[in-house]
Design a protein. Structure first.
Length: 230
C-alpha cells in the first residue's frame, strides 16, 4: 500500500544544464506534517550524506527561504526549478505500508542526490501555508539526520517508538484514533472515557479470556487512547 509518493523529474547527472521539476504528488499532510511530511523528510535525510558540504549549506538557505514564502530566483543550488518535464528523467519515492509496517522505497539511482533533495524542498514549498511550517521543521531534522533512513528514522520521527501503519494513523490524527480505539463518539466526557477504558481493559486482560500474546499491546493501546482523550 502506497501511503505517500513524490514523483521527481531531473536532468541527467552529466547534462550541462541541471534542472529539476515535480511530477505527481500524493503527500497527505493534514494534520501536518503527516505521511507526506514524513516522506519528504525521509528523502532529504537519505540524500543529504551524498551532497557536497557547500551544497548542503545552500540547501539549508533555500529551505529557510521556502519556509518563509520568499520569492525564489533561479537557479538555486546549481539547479533550475521548472514546470516543464520534457527531456528529463523520472524517479519516484514512496512511503509504503507492508504487513502493517512502514518503510521507504527510494528510487535514487538515476539522478544526483541534490536533485532529489531539491525536489522534496520545492514540493514542501507548494503545500498549503497552514501545513507548511511543521513539514519544514521535519525537513530541517532530515537534513542533519546523517544516519541510515530506516525503521529507526520513522520511529524517531513519529515519536514514542512508533513505526507502523496503525501508528501513523494515531500520529496523524490522535484524537480520532483514540475515539476509534475506545469506540466512543466525539467529545466524550472524562467520566465516559474512564468508564469505557476500564471496561475494555478488563476484556483485554488474559484473566478474562483474551489472548496473552496480544494482551500487552492492546492494553498499551488502550492506555495511550485514554491519555490522548484526557
Amino acid at each position: 500500500m502506497i501511503v505517500a509518493e513524490l514523483e521527481v523529474f531531473h536532468s541527467r547527472p552529466i547534462a550541462p544544464t541541471r534542472r529539476v521539476a515535480l511530477g505527481q504528488r500524493d503527500l497527505p499532510v493534514d494534520p501536518a506534517p503527516g505521511a507526506g511530511g514524513l516522506l519528504l523528510a525521509g528523502i532529504v535525510a537519505e540524500m543529504a550524506p551524498g551532497i557536497p558540504a557547500d551544497l548542503r549549506e545552500a540547501l539549508y538557505v533555500l529551505l529557510e527561504d521556502l519556509a518563509a514564502g520568499r520569492r525564489i530566483p533561479q537557479p538555486r543550488v546549481r539547479h533550475r526549478f521548472q514546470t516543464d518535464t520534457v527531456g528529463l528523467l523520472r524517479s519516484s519515492h514512496r512511503l509504503v505500508g507492508t504487513d502493517g509496517e512502514l518503510s521507504f522505497d527510494f528510487e535514487c539511482g538515476r539522478g544526483l542526490p541534490v536533485q532529489h533533495a531539491l525536489a522534496a524542498l520545492y514540493a514542501a514549498g507548494q503545500l498549503p501555508s497552514a501545513t507548511r511550517e511543521p513539514v519544514f521543521e521535519a525537513l530541517r531534522r532530515g537534513l542533519v539526520w546523517a544516519q541510515p533512513v530506516d525503521q529507526r528514522f520513522i520511529a524517531e520521527f513519529m515519536g514514542n517508538g512508533r513505526g507502523s501503519v496503525a501508528d501513523l494513523r494515531a500520529w496523524n490524527d490522535p484524537t480520532s484514533w483514540a475515539l476509534e480505539i475506545l469506540g466512543l463518539d466525539s467529545e466524550p466526557s472524562r467520566r465516559t472515557v474512564l468508564k469505557r477504558y476500564r471496561s475494555l481493559l478488563r476484556e483485554s486482560h488474559p484473566d478474562h479470556g483474551a489472548e496473552e500474546l496480544d494482551a500487552a499491546s492492546r492494553i498499551a493501546e488502550l492506555g495511550q487512547a485514554r491519555d490522548i482523550l484526557l
